[in-house]
Design a binder for this molecule. Structure first.
Ligand code: HEM
Length: 339
């Protein structure tokens, strides 16, 4: 009996030890708890409240994390033509890619003591996104029934992709506002002029005029009313840290790094020739009805306006030879852009 009692005490003791052992926090966990305590104490808060919150919190799911249910409700067609959904979704995809491009460009602009290696790495990411946009434009070119498109587009007037604020922000991030001024007006200004002085003469504000009256289109006026103040703010913010300025401020040896120069040329050509051309050729496929083209929903003289050779926008003119500049937007083959 006594023997049995001893045994049972021993078992209890061992069990106590084992339970205690399991309760011990591993050194790594202790270190984290300690760090957390410091973190919350630094702002006068109680760590335990946070730990309790963590204990009660539900597990994160994929669908909540990316807001999937909301994302899939963001398509609101104006008509019952199925291809209108394609049109909306592809515009949304493009805007998300624009956001990715901004993310890369912002990281270049925010970096002090920029190296050619880092500049090139981030710019190559932006190039990758633009390549995807260029290559996927076939979703617009081939992916909609022309008759459906020509019918549902009438319900979208006066909205136009022209009103994409992110497209304009990418331009402002990429270069000095001076280079976005309509080419034949640039002679009246200098690169250092303040954005306030230059913004009235941007190529897209001059280009978006009505075919007949040459007055600003309603689409442009609406866009200006909503976004012009914030675009001016971005232009001022990026006056000294747009990509061209960041590049000019680099030490000479870094600035002329061949990989960086190649990336800047590629980015410039994709943004100002290849994507605009794929876009223009798509517009032509849908809207060019001989003998007379159809009016765009934005109401511009689109056939003249949209062509890169007419817009003559180049972010980094110093990286192109005179011959290259003169042939800007010309002689681009189907192989180069896929359309
Ligand atoms: C079938 C497809 C498309 C057609 C027919 C088309 C047509 C046009 C036209 C005619 C314009 C000139 C402005 C106007 O009068 O509306 C324009 C401008 C514009 N569109 Fe599209 N578009 C298409 C798809 C897209 C997509 C998917 C995007 C992506 C966001 C987009 C973004 C833009 C932008 C940013 C402009 C202004 C370009 C500039 O200022 O140079 N478009 N589009």
């Amino acid at each position: 009996m006594l023997q049995l009692l001893v045994k049972s005490t021993e078992i209890t003791e061992i069990k106590y030890l084992m339970d205690n052992e399991q309760d011990q926090l591993a050194p790594k966990s202790l270190e984290l708890v300690h760090k957390l305590k410091q973190k919350y104490e630094a702002t006068g808060q109680d760590m335990n409240t946070y730990l309790e919150g963590l204990y009660h919190a539900t597990y994160l799911s994929y669908w909540d994390y990316i807001n999937l249910d909301t994302l899939l409700t963001l398509q609101q067609p104006k008509t019952s033509f199925p291809d209108e959904r394609t049109f909306i979704i592809y515009h949304q995809i493009t805007e998300l890619f624009f956001q990715l491009i901004r993310n890369s460009l912002e990281q270049i602009s925010e970096t002090e003591n920029l190296t050619a290696e880092y500049f090139t790495k981030q710019l190559n990411r932006a190039i990758n996104y633009l390549e995807h946009l260029k290559n996927s434009f076939s979703i617009m070119f081939d992916g909609m029934d022309r008759e459906q498109f020509l019918t549902f587009r009438t319900s979208l007037t006066p909205a136009s992709g022209f009103q994409s604020a992110q497209y304009r922000i990418i331009e402002i991030y990429s270069t000095d506002v001076f280079f976005l001024v309509q080419k034949d007006l640039r002679g009246s200004f200098i690169i250092e002029d303040a954005p306030e002085k230059l913004m009235d003469f941007l190529y897209w504000r001059r280009g978006a005029v009505e075919m007949e009256s040459l007055k600003k289109t309603f689409t442009l006026r609406q866009f200006e009313e909503k976004y012009l103040p914030s675009l001016l703010q971005v232009a001022n913010e990026y006056r000294d840290k747009n990509l061209r300025q960041k590049w000019l401020k680099m030490p000479e040896a870094e600035r002329w790094n061949p990989d960086l120069v190649a990336a800047m040329r590629r980015f410039d050509h994709l943004a100002n020739v290849e994507w605009p051309l794929v876009h223009f050729r798509t517009a032509t496929r849908y809207l060019d009805r001989k003998p007379q083209e159809l009016a765009a929903t934005g109401g511009t003289n689109w056939k003249e306006y949209m062509q890169p050779k007419n817009q003559q926008v180049t972010y980094y003119p110093e990286l192109w030879s005179e011959v290259e500049e003169q042939s800007w937007g010309k002689n681009v083959t189907k192989e180069q852009i896929g359309i």
